[in-house]
Ligand binder design. Structure first.
Ligand code: ZN
Length: 120
């Protein structure tokens, strides 16, 4: 995956040890955290088979499965999306929801970042 500066588009390198909150600075003057850099990269790679994207989707899916699977199942059944609840069908929906959630989060994050950049 390629990491580029959200401000100028220059390619940037992540530090060897990533914590997500390490500060990255670009020669153009932009500075931000690794996570901000990652979000920009994911935006370009969304829908691809990148490992990191998959890890993010799996992470969201884990949260959904652990805390919301029953409620989402009820919702799907109530509105006729899932006639006979099965683990397979629910799993398919949870995955699709996770992908859509990730895309929404990244999109909103990019908007917030832009607003933050202009506000400074
Ligand atoms: Zn830059």
């Amino acid at each position: 995956m390629k990491y580029v500066c959200p401000s100028c588009g220059n390619e940037l390198k992540l530090p060897e040890i990533t914590s997500g909150s390490n500060t990255i600075t670009c020669s153009c003057g932009w500075s931000g955290t690794e996570n901000q850099l990652l979000a920009t990269a994911y935006q370009e790679h969304i829908g691809s088979e990148e490992d990191t994207t998959r890890a993010l989707v799996n992470d969201i899916r884990q949260v959904l499965s652990e805390h919301f699977a029953v409620e989402i199942g009820r919702f799907l059944k109530r509105w006729g999306f899932m006639e006979k609840p099965t683990a397979y069908v629910l799993g398919r929906y949870l995955h699709a929801i996770s992908v859509a959630m990730l895309a929404a989060v990244i999109k909103e994050y990019a908007k917030l970042e832009k607003e933050r950049t202009y506000a400074n």
